[in-house]
Design a protein around this ligand. Structure first.
Ligand SMILES: C[S@@+](CC[C@H](N)C(=O)[O-])C[C@H]1O[C@@H](n2cnc3c(N)ncnc32)[C@H](O)[C@@H]1O
Length: 214
């Protein structure tokens, strides 16, 4: 059993204060059920971070039905690009529908397949790479992403506190392989001399690493 990183009462406060009115995002939250999406507070955090660096080109590794992409799509604005990837075609079809109805179709691109294979086929650097694939894939995703983010750009990754299981003594029975992958990933990002990193301990922890300039 993991733990709640943020007290649910504080989470509700953050959502009420910062969440804003977003009709399609609310519809997606309603539809999420057991499917893991980043949720409103992290969604707004992703948007703010992307806006802060003037991001125009974003790559998501693991987009599901487009919830986190919604927030990046707001941030990049008209003429920007948000590349979504997911190995589930049904989820990506839903993403295209939601984001189209939100008026964001002009800036989102859907790619169905293994996220890292799709990544290899895309050219150039990104302002932001957001990693939200299966956690055992985190270390490899980081290794591939670190050289494809422009100086001043951001590497972001969800669930890096893994419901507290990164801390010894918090039960991860049966999930040791995932814990090991998250720990390896976090150590690699935090220790990378080309990046300056922090973890925003919102919901399940968001890694924020900025690529150093020069
Ligand atoms: C946590 S969900 C993504 C949620 C999404 N980022 C959001 O917050 O709205 C993870 C998604 O990544 C997909 N996925 C996991 N590992 C993947 C991989 N290696 N390649 C492509 N898709 C992957 C799953 O199908 C799932 O839809």
């Amino acid at each position: 059993m993991g733990i709640e990183i943020v007290d649910p009462r504080v989470e509700d406060y953050l959502r009420d204060l910062l969440g804003g009115e977003h009709e399609i995002a609310a519809e997606m939250e309603e539809a999420a059920g057991e499917f893991p999406i980043v949720g409103r507070v992290v969604g707004v955090t992703l948007e703010v971070l992307a806006r802060a660096i003037g991001a125009r080109r974003v790559l998501e590794l693991g987009s599901g039905f487009g919830y986190s992409a919604y927030w990046f799509a707001l941030a990049v604005g008209p003429g920007g690009e948000v590349h979504m990837t997911d190995n589930d075609p049904e989820k990506q079809a839903r993403a295209t529908d939601y984001l189209g109805r939100a008026g964001l179709a002009d800036r989102v691109r859907s790619h169905v397949g293994q996220a890292l294979d799709v990544f290899d086929e895309l050219d150039g650097e990104f302002d932001v790479i957001f990693n939200d694939i299966d956690k055992t894939g985190y270390p490899e995703a980081w290794r591939r992403a670190r050289d494809r983010i422009r100086p001043g750009g951001l590497y972001l990754c969800d669930n890096v506190l893994w419901s507290g299981r990164v801390v010894e003594g918090i039960d991860d029975a049966g999930q040791e392989e995932i814990t090991a992958a998250v720990l390896e990933h976090n150590r690699a990002v935090a220790g990378d001399e080309g990046y300056r990193s922090t973890i925003v301990p919102t919901r399940d922890g968001v890694m924020v690493a900025v690529r150093l300039v020069g």
